[in-house]
Design a protein around this ligand. Structure first.
Ligand SMILES: Nc1nc2c(ncn2[C@@H]2O[C@H](COP(=O)(O)OP(=O)(O)O)[C@@H](O)[C@H]2O)c(=O)[nH]1
Ligand SMILES: [Mg+2]
Length: 220
């Protein structure tokens, strides 16, 4: 019985996800679903890349949070359009929430939509939001065993960001092992090493995003 209920929930979500994907494709908008644990650096990464990308491509952000608009405020401080979704304790965003949030954006003007998912290494990976690709943020302080312990999020993600690389000297995080495990889980996964505090890897990640955006022919 429980399995059946779960199936119905996911079936319903997939219907909304397909509707979202169709709308985003019609409007020629690239959509990235950004996932990762609380505190891995998702909002910090956005703060860094938006400074570059939002001046080249018309970008908006949907912020998912259990409670509060703290992250949305950080994005608004950069003069980037942002919509806040509070899940009131819910551990992930779903496609219907995205559909509603997207209705308040001017999609005709938009090139790039970034969705910061609720901080969680498990549930968000199970829900298709209608995005073009998923990016997982894993920070050095979480430990190099996490890819094997939480494989689904890395299987589902086209990109993984190994963030807080500046903290490597203070931890036992083994980059070689982490890269090997990630590649075992997802052979073609693109791996970026970043530091939001020092700036490492930001240009490489922005270059990847530019290529993705331009290949959809949605430059301003
Ligand atoms: N040392 C270091 N700290 C970082 C880095 N990125 C983020 N942080 C810090 O990690 C904490 C959580 O960052 P935040 O962006 O709010 O994470 P989120 O919960 O995933 O959105 C903040 O105190 C950030 O300043 C990094 O690359 N290096
Ligand atoms: Mg955040």
């Amino acid at each position: 019985m429980e399995v059946k209920v779960m199936k119905n929930i996911l079936g319903e979500n997939d219907k909304f996800a397909e509707e979202n994907r169709k709308i985003f494709a019609e409007k020629n908008i690239l959509v990235m679903n950004l996932m990762g644990s609380p505190g891995s650096g998702k909002t910090s990464l956005l703060e860094k890349i938006l400074q570059k990308i939002s001046s080249e491509f018309k970008t908006a952000v949907i912020e998912g949070d259990l409670f509060t608009a703290k992250d949305a405020q950080r994005i608004e401080n950069l003069s980037v359009e942002v919509v806040q979704i509070n899940t009131s304790g819910g551990c992930h965003l779903d496609a219907q929430m995205i559909k509603r949030a997207a209705e308040s954006l001017n999609l005709d003007e938009l090139n790039f939509l970034i969705i910061e998912n609720v901080g969680n290494l498990v549930c968000p990976a199970e829900f298709d939001l209608g995005e073009n690709f998923k990016t997982a943020v894993l920070s050095i302080t979480e430990g190099d065993d996490k890819p094997l312990k939480y494989p689904l999020i890395f299987k589902e993600s086209e990109v993984v960001i190994l963030n807080k690389i500046d903290l490597i000297p203070f931890t036992n995080f083994n980059l070689k092992n982490a890269r090997e495990d990630l590649t075992t889980i997802h052979p073609n996964i693109k791996i970026f090493e970043t530091s939001c505090t020092k700036g490492d890897g930001m240009e490489s990640f922005c270059e990847f995003l530019r290529t993705r955006l331009i290949s959809k022919e949605i430059a301003l």
